[in-house]
Write a protein of this length. Structure first.
Length: 320
């Protein structure tokens, strides 16, 4: 089943030429006069008309809001209107230099695929998908015709950026390994409670090889994914033709490949140690090995943190 999608846009609330907000308010008023649409668009904040949510269909939602309003507050208000916000892939296009740290931490609990700055500039593909003018001067784009086709076009304009593709892969890798990291800590915190052990074994028994295969596919390519780190790096090199940047990417890629090799390697590497812990999760004897190993330190957590840091380091050399 495809995930639901939520796209959040923060923009100026001022007058021309920044009229995204004015156009969205006009769409809100139009939807309110349509019996089939009026319940599908709402102001998210009771104290002011500064954030509008449009339910395009069962899988696609759009929030347009003032750039000086809280994304956290908007998401909390939106979550009250849907079944489970954690089932959504979230994309954010913001007219600010960066998201603040509080917002970033809040978003960790959700499936944030990517957030990016976008200028109100007709040369920007995100802005054009939202709002642009035809050769005759007519306003076109998602904020004029809020429908599934234009919503999909917006997402495609967002996803084409190499950095977006990279971030999506990084998120999927975290989605594989973060629950394991949490469960290992949960085992230790529970004092290796027998019931908790049984639940962990039930979750992971016979599944570790499959999970590692999915992770390797995300790095090297394979049948479980359409995109991967290696192809993104290749496209990055082809797009910028910068030898110094290519060398930096190669250095970071080599570190990543050591942390998550395509095939098993000889020697006592950090991956081999983490790999042992993964397979120990599948039975009671293995859980006991984890307990003994965790007395010396959480080797899987250390490996996962280093893997995440290596992806962040590689990301620095992917074109924005």
């Amino acid at each position: 089943m495809n995930p639901k999608r939520l796209f959040i846009v923060t923009t100026f609330a001022g007058n021309n030429p920044y009229i995204l907000w004015q156009e969205c308010k006009m769409r809100y008023q139009e939807w309110q006069h349509d019996e089939d649409l009026k319940n599908k668009c709402v102001y998210l904040f009771k104290t002011g008309e500064t954030a509008i949510s449009f339910l395009i269909d069962k899988e696609s939602s759009l929030i347009i809001m003032h750039q000086d309003q809280s994304i956290i507050a908007a998401l909390k208000a939106f979550s009250d209107k849907v079944d489970d916000l954690k089932t959504y892939d979230i994309y954010i296009a913001h007219h600010q230099a960066n998201l603040d740290e509080t917002t970033k931490r809040f978003l960790l609990q959700y499936r944030l695929i990517e957030s990016t700055y976008f200028p109100h500039d007709s040369k920007n593909p995100i802005y054009n998908a939202l709002f642009s003018k035809s050769p005759t001067g007519d306003i076109i784009g998602l904020v004029v015709e809020i429908n599934r086709d234009n919503f999909d076009h917006l997402l495609e304009s967002f996803k084409k950026k190499l950095i977006i593709r990279f971030s999506a892969i990084k998120h999927r890798l975290s989605h594989i390994f973060l629950p394991i990291d949490i469960d290992l800590q949960g085992l230790a915190d529970s004092g290796y409670n027998k019931q908790y052990q049984d639940e962990i074994i039930q979750v992971y028994n016979g599944k570790i090889k499959e999970l590692l295969g999915q992770a390797r596919d995300l790095v090297y390519g394979g049948k479980t994914t359409k995109d991967n780190i290696m192809s993104i790096v290749k496209d990055a090199k082809d797009s910028i033709h910068n030898e110094e940047n290519d060398n930096k990417m190669n250095e970071q890629l080599e570190i990543l490949q050591k942390l998550l090799p395509k095939q098993k390697k000889n020697g006592r590497t950090s991956f081999k140690i983490a790999n042992e812990v993964l397979f120990w999760l599948q039975n009671e004897k293995g859980i006991n090995n984890i307990r003994i190993s965790m007395e010396k330190g959480n080797s899987f957590h250390d490996w996962f943190r280093t893997l995440d840091e290596s992806l962040d380091s590689l990301r620095k050399y992917i074109p924005q």
